[in-house]
Design a protein around this ligand. Structure first.
Ligand SMILES: Cc1cc2nc3c(=O)[nH]c(=O)nc-3n(C[C@H](O)[C@H](O)[C@H](O)COP(=O)(O)O)c2cc1C
Ligand code: SF4
Length: 433
């Protein structure tokens, strides 16, 4: 549903069906709504059968990179005799993204069920759910739901009477954006500073506690029970454009639209159907200027690109950006693009873990240059300098936080150069950074 609004007829309500329904939060309520049937079914299947079903559904990771989920699960070693771990990434700190929070707030057992199925499929007896430190309400709801699932025998040494052990352990972050990066997250669970690790080794070889680990996003795991209940063919059929993008996707829409919120749509839905029809269009008297479609870490789209964009992994790439976490920041003609880009850069400079020179220095210098442009003290060479910096920040660091800072800067200069030049030529009055 378009929570907090009633669902729009053009939404495809699967994951968000019970958003706003407090009765779905309890174990009993979840069972009454058909919950834990998928886990029961999964425990009667072999792990390989589950992996094949998830592969056939076309489900791709909803945390940002869109990696095929079944394929990722199949990378886990078999018969190695070592403990395996599933880690659920519930850090959700990407600006503009607020969907995982709602899954945990309203349907905590959907996530627990998805984790339990995923853990069994990859040969893990334990799943960790790493929850963003600031998520006070989702944390309390998840804690209660996990306790209920143990009390009901759904989790534990004999999960659902199957004789198989499945534990779910909650771990609370301390409020660092970088801890959403999968290897930083594993360090954080281990009690270390949340710095990303160099890959390889990849988590499937040496992840949490140096043991085979799979990390998946909340929305990815919450989709898995639906695939088992209704079949891979059903999920694959939820597709309006590219066959490589299947299922439904939660879009967190914020910014200058009339009805911001979470909207669940079939992959391939036109962006303007979401903005104009579901979100009620732009604020009165305003026109669309730009959209950042995938959380703040992806290139900015101008209005012309947005108007032709189909919302799936391939459709967004075709219009010069990326689907990322599907946190959609919509901006109208009142937006000062230079100021907005500076604000994003400031976020990345603050959140850089500072291991890599290109990121530590690059994010800080980007902010300094943008601030001086805004203050009316920019120099003609500043745009070339920003582009050069961005080039040095892209594809050269341990993780992609550095690239994420560069992406809005490069696309902003390419698509809204006139606004930067207005400050540089003193045609525009200085703005407060
Ligand atoms: C700086 C940074 C922050 C990230 N934050 C998150 C996050 O909050 N939640 C998330 O699921 N993935 C996040 N990711 C992506 C994860 O590293 C990882 O790809 C994802 O959790 C894998 O799950 P999926 O395959 O289900 O998408 C982040 C990546 C980077 C580089
Ligand atoms: S790119 Fe930035 S955040 Fe990522 S590891 Fe390097 S310094 Fe840390």
């Amino acid at each position: 549903m378009g929570f907090p609004h009633p669902s729009h007829p053009k939404e495809t309500v699967v994951l968000s069906k019970y958003f706003g329904d407090a009765g779905a939060r309890t174990h009993q309520g979840w069972v009454e709504r058909g919950g834990y049937q998928a886990l029961k079914k999964a425990l009667g299947m072999t792990p390989d059968q589950i992996i094949e079903e998830v592969k056939a559904s076309g489900l791709r990771g909803r945390g940002g990179a869109g990696f095929p989920t079944g394929l990722k699960w199949s990378f886990m070693p078999k018969g190695d005799g070592k403990p395996h771990f599933l880690v659920c990434n519930a850090d959700e700190s990407e600006p503009g993204t607020f969907k995982d929070r709602e899954i945990m707030r309203w349907t905590p057992h959907a996530l627990i069920e998805g984790c339990a199925v995923g853990a069994y499929a990859i040969g893990a007896e334990r799943a960790y759910i790493y929850i963003r430190g600031e998520f006070t309400e989702p944390w309390a709801i998840m804690e209660k739901a996990v306790a209920e699932a143990y009390a009901a025998g759904t989790l534990g040494a004999n999960a659902m009477g199957s004789g198989k052990r499945i534990d779910v352990v909650l771990h609370r972050g301390a409020g660092a954006y970088i801890c959403g990066e999968e290897t930083a997250l594993m360090n954080s669970i281990e009690g270390k500073r949340g710095n990303p690790r160099i890959k390889p080794p990849f988590p499937a070889q040496a992840g949490l506690f140096a043991l085979p680990t799979t990390i998946n996003n909340v929305e990815t795991l919450a989709a898995v029970p639906h695939i088992l209940n209704r079949g891979a063919e059903w999920y694959k059929g939820l597709c309006l454009s590219s066959p490589k993008s299947t299922g439904t996707k939660l879009f967190s829409v914020c910014g200058h639209v009339q009805r911001p919120g979470n909207y669940e749509i079939t992959m391939g839905t036109p962006m303007m159907t979401l903005i104009d029809e579901m979100c009620g269009g732009m604020k009165p008297g305003r026109t669309l200027k730009a959209v950042i479609p995938g959380g703040s870490s992806v290139p900015i789209m101008n209005a012309a690109e947005a108007k032709e964009c189909l919302l799936d992994y391939e459709g967004v790439v075709a219009k010069g950006s990326m689907l990322g976490s599907a946190g959609m920041i919509v901006m109208d003609d009142s937006t000062d693009m230079v100021r907005m880009i500076m604000r994003l850069a400031k976020f990345y400079a603050h959140e850089s873990c500072a291991q890599c020179t290109q990121c530590r220095e690059g994010t800080a210098w980007t902010v300094k240059i943008l601030e001086r442009i805004l203050a009316g003290e920019g120099e003609a060479k500043d745009l070339d300098l920003l582009m050069d910096l961005a080039d040095n920040m892209t594809g050269k660091t341990i993780c992609v936080l550095s690239d994420s800072c560069a992406a809005p800067v490069v696309s902003g200069i390419q698509k809204f150069r006139g606004e930067f030049e207005a400050y540089l030529s003193r045609r525009r009055a200085p703005a407060v950074a």
